[in-house]
Design a binder for this molecule. Sequence first.
Ligand code: IVH
Length: 680
Amino acid sequence: MTETPTRPTPEEARRRAGELKRELEHHGHLYHVLDRPQITDAEYDKLFRELVDLEARYPELQTADSPTQRVGGAPAEAFSKYRHRTPMLSLANAFSLAEVEAFRRRIQRIVPDVDRFVCELKIDGLAMSLTYRDGELVTGATRGDGVEGEDVTANARTIRSIPVRLRGVPGGLPREFEVRGEVYMPKPSFAALNQQLEEDGKQTYANPRNAAAGAVRQLNPTVTASRGLQTFMYQLDPPGPARSQTEVLALLGEMGFRVNPNCREVDGDGIASYLEHWGDARHDLDYGTDGVVIKVAEREIQAELGAVSRSPRWAIAYKFPPEERETRVQDILVNVGRTGTCTPVAFLEPVLIAGSTVQRCTLHNEDEVARKDVRAGDTVVVHKAGDVIPEIVRVVLEMRPADAMAWIPPTSCPVCGSELVRQEGEVARRCVNPLCPAQRWERLIHFTGRSSLDIEGMGPMVIAALIEAGYVEDAADFFRLTREQVLQLDRFADRSADNLIASIAARRRVPLHRLLNALGVPNVGEHTALVLAAHFRSLERLEEATEEELLEVEGIGPIVAAAIARWFHGEDGRKLLRKLAEVGVEAETAPVVGEGPWTGQAWVLTGSLEAMPRPDAEERIRRLGGNPGSSVSRKTHTVVAGPGAGGKLEKAQRLGVRVIDEAAFLEELEAAEGSGSGSG
Ligand code: IVH
């Protein structure tokens, strides 16, 4: 926002945009498909912004395959149906090695010498079909009932590892072909999403598969884009030159798809060791897998074997036995979250499940405790939902001690003692005392955390120490901390204190969606923050939004709209925003990608404006496609000069740049906004 953009010629812009698209695709592929980035996130962002900028000025450069289009387009009303060219089959299951052996013998009775198999991890996600024409993604569809699914193309485009344009198509494939595979939610994203949902008093997802399916079926692609989905592709139809499943996988990799690196071609005897190895090793992966798909390797033999009813005869899904353990509940206590949400937590005798020791597990909410009738002293069966989140499956009633008493939810906050309330439409009780120390700590952890301001080195223990010392009461206080204060804390020396102060200072200016997430507005998590930032683009505009205006935002319902308006117009919200502004915390205006009557025009505002605050004027210029800037050059389209204008006005006059006053500016603004082509 600080320099007037120089305007390249259309020819230069086209060339540069082409270059940027290729470079961004290349680095996106290294990062999202091969997990081998070669440039830093900041370097990627810089290139990305340059392209966003160019496309804003030359909308014709903004093609559907541009990396900028991955962030999600306009929300849909509903998905249209999509009929699969060939049915998407399911697999027969095997629950033991003996059943896998039976599968192998069955095949060998039909085709005697077959003994090459490809073992692939069965990814805990949902099947997706992608159609490419002339190397470009044309449709993404869910499996549905196998015959008919839903057209989720707009959402598929937001998944970074799905190529929108292929890096080259091998000979032997028709103009149009199909690729199938699995879309899944990595374990860390799943855990974070559920934590957020729980914090918001909402229902959580039972496993990563449901969470991935929920994300793929969002009507608003921006939400899908924010959920960190990943893919592994495994099927190509027709298979072109590939003669075996191993060759199919290699071909998919060459075309730019993400292929699971743990697929192995083995002979019949190799299957057992593959199953044994991954039975344990799967817990170390960052995605859920519930089994192994064993496929006859050779395509020709697959064709010969064909399918029975809804499953191919040439493949089978071996299911890992569920990891369940028994342990004892020592106590049930309530955890008070950042927004005061009270969550019952079971403290367990430590037990090893699915690769890690579990000693506490959430009971989600009091209805859940009642439904499962979990009591302190009970022996319970525990597993990990989606291999991630420890969960009590059931109580072993035969082992219940005679004196075990049903759990009674507390009516007052276990930390501050104030009365708990259960709001309409929520499954949890909340502590509504904003001064509750538990909430304060959690709020400050959230404010500085990864998806919020992301202040390096500011962990829960440092925050606890800062509160304890009386240096920090609210988020704004972080920005007032001095080196001397930090040095007072345990475990801080000169270097580490300097580093902490520097990392705080570095986060005074942050992207709007990060600040929105950080504020801890009830019902506003990462996804809603992104939706709000994309719509309002500046904090000032959001602050002024009425409940009605919020309701007009796609994806914001009445409960959320009311909560946002209440927070921004309420005393506590305003006070925090004012204090943050006082210490110099600022939100970067979210970029506009779009076309308008002022596209490509650089506008400079100078002197004072009477009718509206300057950020609003800048925002309105942006919404019309224009670029508000602060320095005047020959390329400036117009200078708006208010009372008190000085050097910039002089320079504009010297260079012969058009100068208008505020009244004329308002007229032009309104005329342009009324022309109906402003992007919203
Ligand atoms: S092959 C006709 N390979 O499991 C063969 N499926 O029960 C089609 N799945 O709907 C599937 N990982 O969603 C295959 N490596 C893998 C898989 C896999 C997960 C899912 C897929 C399919 C279901 C079959």
